[in-house]
Design a protein around this ligand. Structure first.
Ligand code: PMP
Ligand code: GLU
Length: 389
């Protein structure tokens, strides 16, 4: 059976509370709290007035593909061609199209655990089998190359990596990515690398794209990216795959028989985003690094909560098992899901239980909120926990 998206379910719960007038600390869904750059909003208004109201090419307008190629070259140091780009209705849709285009029943798809909620479910939807490979917090949640090697079989159709990672915040170094690629190189399968958080990496860590590291593997590598996280454009729904041209043709067919093109106006907004100044990233990155520090400090100040410092993205993945046993209206908090629902009820903090990411005992806190809100939310959990002991 396919499970519903727990990230979206928690978001609905938080929105329900908000609608009732509760001041919810929104650390649940992963979406930046600021507005997209002004140039993006202006470009969208201009596109509406210029009559961008018709169908476009299924895989995106050439100007957007061009802008994606330019931005990839600028930020990742390698340049795809327009024929390598398929633009979809968000990166989630990109991954779903890939599942439809690539996997068949009997195929195995390797996914390190903890994983972003939608990866295994999309594999299941098309009747293929997700192979979930354990990682350890002591290893920074990083997939050891030997564990990848062990999981690969003749049935492996693809390996999905996410760096920086949702939900753990891990970011592989260049050497670590290279070591994983060296394992994949020996096997006949696809490598899908979700780089949607590439710009959000902290403490001077350097992001190096898998496609830059291994040009020889680009004929069976797919880079997934989008504007949702980097430009605070979650609702605009623009994401893309950078893939070999024959696969882009297959994605064109899948998309042409399902959604057709991503929304025309949103494509023009995305062009403006991608043409924005790289200085914006430095500012956004610095803001998120401070928020990360505030979230880790706030969470670790709660007796019973442990949290390692994430390297990137905007999630803190905290071990909450020390909160088990708290009193909750006469019963006991006993699971990570209990912790999440107890926090929402008693501390008005929305966060996502780790079980949804294959990691019971943990809760994911999104720190896409101001430092003040983060500190206040953590103080609220601390007070609720003290009252429940
Ligand atoms: N990949 C990862 C790792 C994510 O966290 C998300 C969540 N937004 C997506 C893909 C999908 O992003 P979108 O569909 O908004 O482009
Ligand atoms: N990716 C974000 C998250 O993990 C948004 C929700 C979703 O797309 O599922 O919270």
């Amino acid at each position: 059976m396919v499970a519903p998206s727990i990230t979206l379910a928690m978001n609905s719960k938080a929105l329900e509370q908000k609608a009732k007038g509760v001041d919810v600390f929104a650390f649940g869904v992963g979406e930046p709290d600021f507005e997209p750059p002004e140039a993006v909003r202006e470009a969208a208004k201009r596109a509406i007035d210029a009559g961008c109201s018709k169908y476009t090419a299924v895989t995106g307008v050439p100007a957007l593909k061009e802008a994606i190629c330019d931005a990839t070259e600028r930020s990742r140091g390698w340049r795809p061609k327009n024929e390598n780009v398929c633009v979809s209705v968000g990166a989630k849709h990109t991954l779903f199209n890939l599942a439809l285009a690539l996997y068949e029943p009997g195929d195995e798809v390797i996914i390190p655990k903890p994983y972003w909620v939608s990866y295994p479910e999309q594999v299941r939807i098309v009747g293929a089998t997700p192979v979930l490979v354990d990682t350890r917090e002591e290893d920074g949640w990083k997939l050891p190359p030997a564990a990848l090697e062990k999981a690969l079989t003749p049935k492996t159709k693809a390996v999905i990596l996410c760096t920086p990672c949702n939900p753990t915040g891990l970011a592989y170094t260049e050497e670590e990515t290279k070591a994983l690629i060296d394992v994949v190189r020996k096997h006949d399968c696809w490598l899908i690398v979700d780089e949607i958080y590439a710009e959000l990496i902290y403490e001077g860590l350097k992001f190096v794209s898998a496609a830059k590291i291994a040009p020889d593997l680009r004929d069976r590598m797919i880079v997934v990216d989008g504007v949702s996280k980097t430009y605070a454009m979650t609702g605009w729904r623009i994401g893309w795959a950078l893939a070999p041209a024959p696969l882009v043709k297959a994605l064109d067919v899948v998309q042409g028989q399902s959604t057709t093109n991503p929304t025309a106006v949103a494509q023009h907004a995305a062009i403006a985003a991608l043409k924005g100044s790289p200085d914006d990233f430095a500012r956004i990155r610095a803001t998120f690094e401070k928020r990360r520090n505030a979230m880790v400090a706030g969470l670790t100040s709660i007796p019973g909560v442990k949290c390692r410092k994430p390297d990137g993205a905007f999630y803190a993945f905290a071990d909450v098992r020390g909160l088990y046993g708290l009193d909750w209206n006469g019963k006991k908090v006993a699971t990570d899901e209990d912790v999440a629902f107890w926090m929402l009820e008693k501390a008005h903090v929305a966060a996502v239980p780790g079980s949804g990411f294959g990691a019971p005992g943990y809760v994911r806190f999104s720190y896409a909120a101001s430092e003040e809100r983060i500190a206040a939310g953590c103080a609220s959990i601390r007070a609720a926990a003290a009252a429940a002991r």
